[in-house]
Write a protein that binds this ligand. Sequence first.
Ligand SMILES: Cc1ncc(COP(=O)(O)O)c(C=O)c1O
Length: 480
Amino acid sequence: MMKLAKESSNFGRRWCRGMVTASGSAKGQHAPNKLSVSADHWSESWEVDDLYAKSQEHVMATWGPGSYIRGAPILSHGEGCHLWDVHGNKYLDWTCQAICTNLGYSVPPAVLEAAYKQMKKLPMAYGGLGNTEIRVRLASLLSELLPGDINGFLFPSGGSEANEAAIRLARRYTGRSKIINHYRSYHGGSSAALTATGDFRRGFAEAAAPAPGFVKTMNPNDSYLFSFGSTDEERTAKSLGYLEEQIKCEGPNTIAAIMLESLVGSGGVLKAPKGYMEGVRALCDKYGIVLICDEVMVGFGRTGKFWGFQHYDIIPDIVTSAKGLTGAYMPLSMVAVRSHIKDYFEVNPVGWGATFQAHPVACAVGYECVKFMLEKDLVRHAKEVIEPIMQKHIDRFAEKYDSVARGRVVGAFGCLDLVDPRTGAPVQNFDGSDCSKPEAITIFRAALKENGLYGFVRPPMFHCAPALVIQPEEPWICLT
Ligand SMILES: Cc1ncc(COP(=O)(O)O)c(C=O)c1O
């Protein structure tokens, strides 16, 4: 087994030595000092076996049980679009981790420098007390990149937090409580955002104490069992008719917002049929409802347009985004609002805040990442270079394999629908239940790893989302 470092071969013994001090075990000491903990925390690197052992003892997984990440690679470093694990295995990051490391792993020098300079100059400013130059500059840059009068900004730390804030703003602005969301959607892991979510993860919120005031509607896209029609026009007309009926049944003046992913991301890279989003915008206008576009995954160029909602002829009232804003190098998200909402909150309390809101180092990183994207023309690259290559390969897979029903690509965001060739049905339900052949998924996951692809597999879909900086000459497709 490869060693990260030779120097700590007495790791276990020294660990124990560190744990026991003159006053007994360090664990839980009220005033621990350096001698209270293992000396290994001061060694530059640990042996691979020790990393795995300590991971087993202390590291918890998210969403799934801990055992789920026991076999996962422990990553050591990255470069370009590639990652390496502590055994020295190299992977092409096939889904930008969680569709977030859009700029890859070679951090642009200007971003590194901006983070360093901001750390030296002013490493933290609590956004509720004061303002910073970098916050103003980032807000001003984003206002130039967003259309219409979207010009007010909050900067929470992640996508869920941005959606929580957006929901709060919509409720306070309208004085209404209900939020309408799609079934095929994900809006985040915090309480309200997870109840807003439509996919299987919502169950974790519902099984505990779901946040009140969320109503689900059906996406306009076809699913395995159901379709609103055979053409885009029909799907749009029927799903909008359904939605309006639903608004009336709920009571229009109880509905604060319709909050949708501009393009459904983890639920399968689904663009709304022509006219649907425009129709939703019109219903929002008709009934005084706030339209929130969740662009946490698709914002910042992923789909070959800077914003996902630019695939339609709409201007949302609130846009949330995160991930690509900083290339995921720093936790930072965005809530952008139109001027009527900003004006309202000039004289009414926003009623939302967080210690790390507009963290200056995160803002500095975001500012430089966005400028890097613009300088390198990455949105055009996603549309004109990445999309055709992905389309070609995805079409080839759908043609070649009975287990791939179809695939689609929007910019640098692709998805394959996996079916059981014996039945033609999705290999697993969208709620995560009833995988028709779990061994096949296990084999598929292992094959990806063995072929040097790193990324998530979420049956019945397989996402493809390389970094926006990927170049045509790189060996993209390791599976044939
Ligand atoms: C559309 C969408 N909204 C919200 C979130 C939640 O973001 P975060 O994980 O940063 O809280 C995600 C995460 O994948 C997402 O895809």
